[in-house]
Design a protein around this ligand. Sequence first.
Ligand SMILES: [Zn+2]
Length: 326
Amino acid sequence: MSDDKSRPSRRDALKLAGGAAAAVSVAGSFPGTLQAAAPMLGVMRPNIYRFKLGSFEVTNILDGFIQPPSLHPTYGANQPIEAVQALARANGIPMNFENPYVSTLVNTGKELVLFDTGNGKGRQPTTGNQRELIASAGYQPEQIDVVVITHGHPDHIGGLLHDGKPAYPNARIVFGEVEFDFWKKGVVRDARKANLEQFNKVAVPFAEKATFLKPDGEVVGGIRAVNAFGHSPGMLAYHVESGGQRLLIWADVANHYVMAIQQPDWEVGFDDNKEMAAATRRRIFDMVSTDKILVAGFHMPFPSIGHVEKTSTSYRWAPATYQFNL
Ligand SMILES: [Zn+2]
């Protein structure tokens, strides 16, 4: 038995020598150049995603995000922080988090229908570019036929105006009737006082030319409202159907893909009626998981489409992958 195993064989030695020679000859062909280290460029992320739903085209647009320092007590306000930490750990996410703002634009072939307008300029450093993003997705803001406001919170109504004028000048505006009446009445919890002021400033001026929907009301052919009351007293989700394919644009039914889906009963700080919001989550999760309806969620991780699956104890978010590119 030879003791040569620890030493390179003659063949290995030749290979090494050959490699070294090749390296020298490549370097030698660029005399005098010294490879500089590539600079660090920071996070880069996609912000437009379009897919087909039957004969419709659906475009999701990410107009910014916030990155709050802790999931608790925004999620699980009625739970000890340890429970929230354990759920985060089990899903491989840290306690600080990201909340994205994702509007959905549906082209039915006859109408362009935009769901929500984002924060608008100035509310968050990363937001306020929805019109530009819509343009880079291939549409002009003037082409939008209908703007649907799912509910009156700032991240959904903030982009109704642009420089004090309608951001989508040719669009009919659709509000939920219960939601609009709630804000008009003007009785809100303290945390919504500034929101009420904003609603009066940016949404109420559209009232005369707006359409007001009840649950089941139709926006245009193939798109109808679904009761999603709770997160805001009159929030509506929207069911979109084309060629036998179905999508629920669920607005803020759940606004964190782990916390609000795996634990639908945990209190969410953003919810105005916490009990009703939890009951709505359970009803909608049951519907979309049973009927296997695709979901577009305003605060789901971009591109913000996926399914809700039943688990042995509750539900989980299953992001869509390539299904809708095919
Ligand atoms: Zn929201």
